[in-house]
Each structure stands twice: as C-alpha cells, then as structure tokens.
Design a binder for this molecule. Structure first.
Ligand SMILES: C[S@@+](CC[C@H](N)C(=O)[O-])C[C@H]1O[C@@H](n2cnc3c(N)ncnc32)[C@H](O)[C@@H]1O
Length: 322
C-alpha cells in the first residue's frame, strides 16, 4: 500500500490499477500502480474522500483525480450509482421545499457533504429568505469547504459534529445559539445513516434527535438499500470495495429504514425510492437503490412561523426543477 510520501516520490508515474484500501480512520487510498494525472498533489488530493467521491457522481467540481477514479471504480460495479446520487440530491431539494412551504424555517443538515448546486439554505430561501440552516459534518475537508462557501451570512452556520453523538450536536453552543429548538425544526439525515453501522445504532441516533425536537418538527431520511433484483450483486461488490476503507456503508431494507421513523408520522407517500418521493415530473423507470421519506413529529398543529415572516413570503415560489 502506498501512503502519501510514496505517492509524492513517484510523481506522475503511477500505473493503472487501484483499489479502495483498508484503513481504519483514513480515506480510501490509492494502491501502487495507479496512474493519476496530478504531478504535485496537495495533501488532501492523494487520498480519495467519500464526500468528494459523491461530488464526482453529482457532476460537481470539488474533487480530485483520485476521487474521480474511486467514483468510477464504484460506478463500474454499480452503474446506477450516479443516477442514485442525483436522485438523492433531487429528493433533498424536494423535501426541503415541501418543509419550508409548510412553515418549517429551521434545518439541521446532518452529514451535509460538500457544497454543491442548490444547497439546503439556497433551496429553503427560495421560499423563505430568513430560513436558518445548521450544516453538520464530521469530515474536515467538508467543514473547510462548507465554512468558506456555505456559512456566508447570519442565517447559516457550519458545525463540526458526528451523527453518532447526537447530544454533542444538540448542545453545541453555536447550534443552540443559531436555532431555537423549542420551535419546530427539520433534521436531515440524507445519505448519511448508511455510514453508521448496526452497532452505531442509527435508530437510537434518530430517536435522540426526536426526543429533543419540538412538536411539529420533521425528520428527513434517505438511505441506500441492498438493491432491486439485478442490482444486488453490484451493491454487494460496492459494499465490499468500501468495507475496510474510510467509508464503509451498510445498505438497509425498506422495512429497516421505515423503523428509523419510529415515533414520527410518515408524510405521504411514505418510505419510497427517492425518485418517487413527490416527484415533479416523469422519473426514471429503473428503481434506484436509495429510498427516502419524511416524518412528522406529532403533537402540534400548524408549524408556527417565526415572527416577521409573512405567509406570502413563505409560499411564493414554485417548485424548483429536480
Ligand atoms: C454521501 S454524503 C451526503 C451529503 C448530503 N447529505 C447529500 O445527501 O447530498 C455523506 C456525508 O456524510 C458525512 N458523514 C458520514 N458519517 C458521518 C457521521 N457519523 N456524522 C456526520 N457526518 C457524517 C460525510 O462526511 C459526507 O459528507
């Protein structure tokens, strides 16, 4: 296995062949033998990063050659991964639009990922310009980009946090100063809970947030599945590729994902393939292995708007295209 210094020493002459490596706490690494068109890579460009790999699938620009190679490698065994990533992101936008239209004006985006096109605060503000967002991630690369590109005004903050430690997130002084958790909030776990193992107990994580939420709050979850018939072996290979790297993931069935909504009332149409959650137009016929839903915490009527926000301002924009 090559590490950073080895790669630098070898300059541009890395031969073809790579794999996602085994490493407990680092990123996916290149193995000896890969050709990569980067001569003097910055330190964080020699190791693939899961958030940047996802950015590559989304067609973003915040990734390096190494991320692209890993993205392609995974896409080779799961050709539907690019469509799945885009369907996931489109779901996120539709869910946020739905929530802000019904009056939710505070969001905690857990596992927010790298800034991309139409981030949560941008989507929310098309409907309510004063919507407040706290982006939370544990990845230093994500946090650095997010602080530069997302936390650009008083309505948006970026908080370092690990979903496996809900209490630390919910008591973070910056977050509690930014959001009023005595009022309804939407907590987004979009394409992040599959990075939690069964031992991490994602159900307990969601439940810890639920217990801190005011009535009328919502949870938004999307999650990778083991795949439809014809997709399962590719998914299994992708799981194997990532199993011992920095981003091992655990696909879960629809029943298991539905369980994560325990204590919430599912908003129609329930837990469905992400592309089928309130779509705005015709969707791909192939069912992609990512499912999604939105749950509402009972106990209150309409979500009260924050003072100073008129209902006209909250509901004047048509759905953005997905
Ligand atoms: C696939 S990206 C999803 C980004 C965004 N939520 C979306 O759906 O477009 C997953 C993100 O989750 C973050 N992540 C993974 N495990 C996490 C954890 N335990 N706590 C917080 N963030 C985590 C990663 O750093 C990455 O930025």
């Amino acid at each position: 296995m090559l590490v950073l210094d080895d790669l630098r020493g070898e300059g541009r002459e890395w031969r073809q062949s790579m794999s996602v490596s085994t490493e407990a706490n680092g990123g996916m690494r290149l193995e000896r033998g890969m050709r990569c068109p980067v001569s003097s890579p910055p330190e964080d460009s020699v190791r693939a990063n899961p958030a940047r790999v996802y950015d590559a699938w989304l067609g973003g620009k915040n990734h390096y050659a190494v991320d692209r190679i890993v993205a392609d490698r995974i896409a080779a065994v799961t050709p539907f991964v690019v469509a799945g990533a885009r369907a996931n992101r489109a779901f996120l936008r539709r869910a946020v639009t739905y929530l802000v239209r019904i009056g939710v004006d505070q969001f905690i985006d857990v596992g927010s990922g790298l800034p991309t096109v139409r981030n949560v605060h941008e989507v929310a503000r098309r409907v309510n310009p004063t919507a407040r967002v706290a982006y939370v991630d544990l990845d230093p690369v994500v946090l650095a980009h997010a602080r530069a590109l997302l936390a650009t005004d008083e309505h948006t903050i970026v908080v370092e946090g690990d979903a496996r430690n809900p209490r630390a997130i919910l008591t973070d002084p910056a977050l509690t100063a930014h959001l009023d958790l005595s009022r309804p909030v939407a907590v987004l776990f979009v394409a992040v809970l599959h990075f939690l193992t069964d031992t991490d107990d994602p159900g307990a994580v969601v439940d810890a947030f639920r217990r801190a939420m005011a009535p009328g709050s919502h949870v938004v979850i999307s999650h990778v599945t083991p795949g439809e018939p014809g997709q399962e072996s590719g998914m299994a290979q992708a799981v194997g590729l990532c199993a011992s790297g920095a981003a091992p993931f655990t696909p879960r069935t629809r029943a298991q994902v539905r369980q994560l909504f325990t204590g919430f009332e599912l908003v129609d149409p329930g837990v469905v393939p992400a592309q089928r959650w309130r779509p705005h137009g015709p969707q791909a016929r192939t069912v992609l292995p990512i499912i999604a839903g939105v749950g509402r915490l009972h106990g209150a009527g309409a979500t009260p708007p924050r003072r100073g926000i008129s209902s006209r301002r909250r509901c004047t924009v048509t759905d953005p295209p997905t």
